[in-house]
Unconditional design. Sequence first.
Length: 122
Amino acid sequence: MHILVVEANKELGQIWCNHLKRQGETPVHVTTEDAAIDALRFTPFDVLVLDLMLPDASALAICDYAAYRLPDISIVIVSASNFFSDGSLFNLIPNARGMLHTPVKPDDLAAMVEHYGRSKRA
């Protein structure tokens, strides 16, 4: 399964990617909005893992482009904010399948990615 991880913190993104690799997945880590758009333009990802609070970037723009380019992509949002705790995020991002609050355990992230990435193929 191809996974795009968009996380500005390079070390954290690498931890998540390394864990996903150990689970047999194929993750790609990018740190900026431009890099995420470029990656989505050329690679058919199954799952997008996205930090909602990317600095100097629009996470919603990334989600919109992902849904346009890859209509079946599952999006897993990671955020430290409680702003969307009412579930309104799922109205804004139709492809959003789940939301995790930081700090995120790599096992929890991998389980969510596995569940939503595989379920769309079933």
